[in-house]
Design a protein around this ligand. Sequence first.
Ligand code: GTP
Ligand code: MG
Length: 306
Amino acid sequence: MSEAPWYKRLGSGLSRTREQLGGSINVLLKRGPQLDEEFWDGLEEALIRADMGGLAASEMIDRLRKVASREALADAAAVVSRLVDEIATEVATAGTDLFADGPVCVLMVGVNGTGKTTSVGKLAAAAAAAGRTVVIGSADTFRAAAIEQLRVWGERAGVRVVERPHGSDPAAVVYDTLTEARSIGADLILIDTAGRLHTSTDLMAELQKVKRVAERESPFPVRSVLVVDATTGQNGLVQAREFDRALELDGVILTKLDGTAKGGILVAVVRELGLPLLRIGVGEDIDDLEPFDPDAFARALVGDLV
Ligand SMILES: Nc1nc2c(ncn2[C@@H]2O[C@H](COP(=O)(O)OP(=O)(O)OP(=O)(O)O)[C@@H](O)[C@H]2O)c(=O)[nH]1
Ligand SMILES: [Mg+2]
């Protein structure tokens, strides 16, 4: 099978992970074909060093050991050739694509600078190009430049942006956005929210209010999507737990995969969040947001080994 197009745009990040992981695995294979403890430990260590996280790595090794005995895999090379499948299994998330499932109102949330506004712009552009009627709510009324930034994205996407002056109540913007959505018959409502620290009780309460207003006013299901910056690594997991507690998240977008040297972090994030990975961000341009393909990702991460 050919590589998914997004892989080509992952840039040096994933290729560095691939070189490292491929390098350690090749060293292991040169030891010889035997499937002994040294092999299994070496393989686990290679996965951990590729930033997949201890839990994900030990799970994958456990499953590979079972596969090896059940299928009587002959040697180390046979196990390594099954590694791609195991990585793909590890990062495959259940659930449907809430952006493509039908009419929906989506709140985009996350800590500062993760790529919420950019992702709203990219999602709006793709949906509008696919013929959907989209409305964007500019509910980041906190950061001074946010309103203008989203206005620019709205113009690029050809999508209506509902806004209120800087300093307004974000819940009021949501109210206006849903009024507008009903009046133009929108079937995709994207609400951009201000970045906030998951540790700020007041700001998390504000987000809960935004969600309550959306649920009260929206003709469609309301979903909360966390935007996580892949380059922040393990801290993304802490953020996710807190946002999930406050909002009951429905999915995740992982951004800046083009800018991380730690491609394997995606495995840890997906494994530990247990939430659908809805899109990955692979650049700053309007079309740099892609659905996630577990098989293509796993192949890209491991490279051609055997
Ligand atoms: N390389 C790369 N840059 C990205 C990606 N997504 C967003 N960015 C950049 O990250 C920076 C922050 O993006 P924003 O969309 O403004 O982030 P935000 O979460 O809305 O930020 P706040 O509203 O301040 O919390 C911008 O420079 C974006 O161009 C991505 O997938 N790859
Ligand atoms: Mg923003």
